[in-house]
Ligand binder design. Sequence first.
Ligand SMILES: Nc1ncnc2c1ncn2[C@@H]1O[C@H](COP(=O)(O)OP(=O)(O)OP(=O)(O)O)[C@@H](O)[C@H]1O
Ligand code: SF4
Ligand SMILES: [Mg+2]
Length: 341
Amino acid sequence: MDALNDNGSVLSVRNLSTVFETGNAATCAVRDVSFDLRPDERLGIVGESGSGKSAMALSILGLIEPPGRVSGGEILLGGRDISKLSDRQMGAVRGKEIALVLQDPSTALDPVKTIGRQIIEVLAAHEPDLKRKAARKRAVELLEDVDISHAERRLDDYPHQYSGGMRQRVAIAMAIALNPKVLIADEPTTALDVTTQAQILSLMDRLVEDHNTAVIFITHNLGVVSEFCDSVAVMYTGRFVETSGVEHIFSAPTHPYSEALLNCVPNPEKLAQGPLPAITGFPPDLSQLPSGCSFAPRCPVGKDLAQCYEKAPVTHRISCPDGEVGVECHFAEARARGAST
Ligand SMILES: Nc1ncnc2c1ncn2[C@@H]1O[C@H](COP(=O)(O)OP(=O)(O)OP(=O)(O)O)[C@@H](O)[C@H]1O
Ligand code: SF4
Ligand SMILES: [Mg+2]
């Protein structure tokens, strides 16, 4: 069995912070984020654009480039802190232990190399003794795993000869080629039409099940979260403002921001009542964060409460009928009880 962290998690992120320093401004994209990922967990991460989802994913993978840097925290994978590894050491971890799928598959594929060559390169990078014939056989199997028909023949095609959905399937095949313990998917279905989106989701569902892979799934689509994930983290201004099981977030979102996000999700009933509500205002500039709660100016609960502007809320851990919930709001307990605040 793969080595886990002492607390039984496959990935433990502790107080992770990432900053982008440009000119005189320091954009705090990820602020003191902590969470544990169980070996069989599928964690969905949601939040408005700019809330720090991709920065967090890239930080975990050691892919933040200047002017950005991970400014603090630990990333424990298999009992060791991978945030302290050199680029070379991290290169051996990426792909093999933790892999990434991005929204745009062309970022993972080189247009001038055949699909087969690229899959074989991924395999050979971590298994230098792999013989050519065996590597080609594995590449065919991987393409078959992601439902590419005539895999043997299509191995010699170039990326432009594949459709967008097929390219994303190849990117997924390359990501799972080495059986990583953790797969981070950053909006893997956003660029695809609804039908292809559904195919990719069901493919990922099957693959992560077969390969026992834990998943961090970043998306704007709460419907996808309800379908694919079993836990969820709501991100706002670089913080996890609510973490819970997926049922809880849909039945009783506790943080006012989670509730507002849920209210924006269309359904036939809501559409019949008129235009959908939008969250008023915009997230604050991450280089000039207020001292109190960063959601205060937009929060229907706290926008007129001095306490919300004066003091940043801490995370409250609350036991709910459907499991523990973490909520970063001064009124978390009262809201979880359903009391008015
Ligand atoms: N390379 C960079 N240089 C400077 N600032 C950056 C860089 N990358 C990200 N940021 C900043 O970090 C913050 C978080 O960005 P991030 O890309 O993580 O958001 P996101 O939640 O993934 O948004 P989206 O949903 O649009 O993908 C933003 O304020 C962004 O401007
Ligand atoms: S602390 Fe105040 S402003 Fe922040 S989410 Fe809670 S009620 Fe709203
Ligand atoms: Mg992003």
